[in-house]
Design a protein around this ligand. Structure first.
Ligand code: AP5
Length: 229
């Protein structure tokens, strides 16, 4: 299964990708998480990426495509993968098409999760994460311990640098300008499913799971090759 989760920052791509990964035993590939690890390890890529990510802008396509080429050739991707936060531009979608020619796993499925911007800003300004284990907190619904520590590993709970209101609004503007054109791009080739991400996490997952199940039945049929550009 090759699945793209498409949607603006904060719609729940990462939350749903983790649930799909657990149920279907295929890896979540989050370009954001890969980049944040590079930043944490202070690699050359990390140093360059940090400034761009803190501004809420996108890393150049050539860097992302090189990173993804290495990642999807790893052994754990043999039975498929969930792409979370990639592709994010039309050139990245073209690059992905070329990479996918190396895989023979049926047609690509794209699920766009749709949430109004007002709710996105609310979710992301309230989000906190554990710097050690990555557990996700929400200051209203699911706060960390009163001393600011993670309830799972006692690590320090922090706010992502790009989760300030100003940077969230910048990320949303970047999404509208550079990523939203992918909705029409994938719709044109009949790959796209759109779901409402305002519902509770379990209900959103149920809809995604239904889409994946239908696809699995369909993928046994011969599909003509589609050049998605
Ligand atoms: P990335 O890490 O991909 O961030 P993003 O797309 O902005 O997405 P988020 O992680 O903020 O949100 P999400 O949709 O995963 O939602 P989540 O599940 O966390 O990218 C960060 C940066 O890296 C980019 O700005 C860019 O600089 C760079 N980058 C990454 N990929 C790139 C690429 N391909 N090209 C170029 N640059 C790239 O949920 C959000 C919150 O909402 C959580 O607190 C969660 O608990 C809550 N929530 C989730 N679902 C629900 C629900 N149904 N109801 C209520 N709350 C919910």
């Amino acid at each position: 299964m090759q699945l793209i989760l498409l949607g603006a920052p904060g719609v729940g791509k990462g939350t749903q990708a983790k649930k799909i990964m657990t149920k279907y035993d295929i890896p979540q590939i989050s370009t954001g998480e890969i980049l944040r690890n590079e930043v944490k390890n202070q690699s050359e890529l990390g140093k360059k990426a940090k400034k761009i990510m803190d501004r809420g802008e996108l890393i150049p396509d050539d860097i992302i495509l090189e990173m993804m080429e290495k990642r999807i050739q790893q052994d754990d991707c043999r039975n498929g993968f969930i792409l979370d936060g990639f592709p994010r531009t039309i050139p990245q979608a073209h690059g992905l098409y070329d990479l996918l020619k190396k895989f023979d796993d049926g047609p690509l499925k794209v699920i766009q999760i749709d949430v109004p911007e007002q709710e996105i800003v609310r979710r992301l300004t309230l989000r906190r994460i554990c710097a050690s284990c990555g557990k996700d907190y929400n200051l209203e619904l699911n706060p960390p311990s009163p001393d600011g520590k993670c309830r799972v590993c006692n690590g320090t709970v922090i706010q992502r640098n790009d989760d300030t209101e100003e940077t969230i609004r910048k990320r949303l503007a970047v999404y509208r300008q550079q990523t939203e054109p992918l909705v029409d791009y994938y719709r044109k080739y009949d790959h796209l499913h759109v779901i409402n991400g305002l519902e509770p996490v379990e209900e959103v997952f149920q809809k995604i799971d239904d889409i994946i199940s239908n696809r699995q039945k369909k993928s046994k049929e011969a599909m003509p090759e589609q050049r998605v550009r």
